[in-house]
Design a protein around this ligand. Sequence first.
Ligand SMILES: Nc1ncnc2c1ncn2[C@@H]1O[C@H](COP(=O)(O)OP(=O)(O)OP(=O)(O)O)[C@@H](O)[C@H]1O
Ligand SMILES: O=C(O)C1=C[C@@H](O)[C@@H](O)[C@H](O)C1
Ligand SMILES: [Mg+2]
Length: 189
Amino acid sequence: MSNAHTSHDMADTVRSARKIDRPLVLVGLMGVGKTSIGRRLAAALDRDFIDADEEIERAADRTVAEIFEAHGEAYFRDGERRVIARLMDEGHGVIATGGGAFIDAETRALVLERGLAVWLDCDLDTLVERTSRKNTRPLLKTGDPRQILRDLKEQRSPAYAQAQIHVVTDGGPHDVAVARIIQELAQWQ
Ligand SMILES: Nc1ncnc2c1ncn2[C@@H]1O[C@H](COP(=O)(O)OP(=O)(O)OP(=O)(O)O)[C@@H](O)[C@H]1O
Ligand SMILES: O=C(O)C1=C[C@@H](O)[C@@H](O)[C@H](O)C1
Ligand SMILES: [Mg+2]
């Protein structure tokens, strides 16, 4: 296939993906790439990007870790649900959620009804490596990160699997993951 042909196909694919008239909501485990891939996906689709964890921190004027410590996980999940509902209402084009957001049944129902959920998935070794770069995730501070991530992957995968779109991002660079997501979006009806 010629390069001209390939870039024409890609332009068509991007055009189809841009027609989706719902917020694109990235879900998946800590470290899978929701924030970094989400930012690039939004740029490629010419959409607005927002990270729900960052928005919660702005609204609460505290870090996620501080909210967990002061009030516990249930309190955090309530605030997270409200923030995600608001971001979808405000029409944010690509929303990166926190790793546990889609596990909350109410948040999940809200996202599935009003948005298009994209499950970013990758293997355990990649997750361990990516999360080791930053030590701010409260759920990984309570024991061995590999064991915690393995357990979370097993417990949470059935919920993540309810997302309308599933993309595996093992190993490769961000741009490959972005191109795969765009291809899936273009085929989504
Ligand atoms: N496809 C990828 N290729 C290379 N590096 C990646 C890829 N995806 C993510 N990373 C890197 O892994 C780290 C974690 O990614 P990121 O913060 O985007 O994950 P996240 O899903 O938003 O995590 P959290 O749920 O904790 O917010 C970052 O350093 C990011 O640059
Ligand atoms: O996987 C999780 O439950 C979490 C992931 C992070 O994005 C934060 O939202 C918080 O640390 C909880
Ligand atoms: Mg993130």
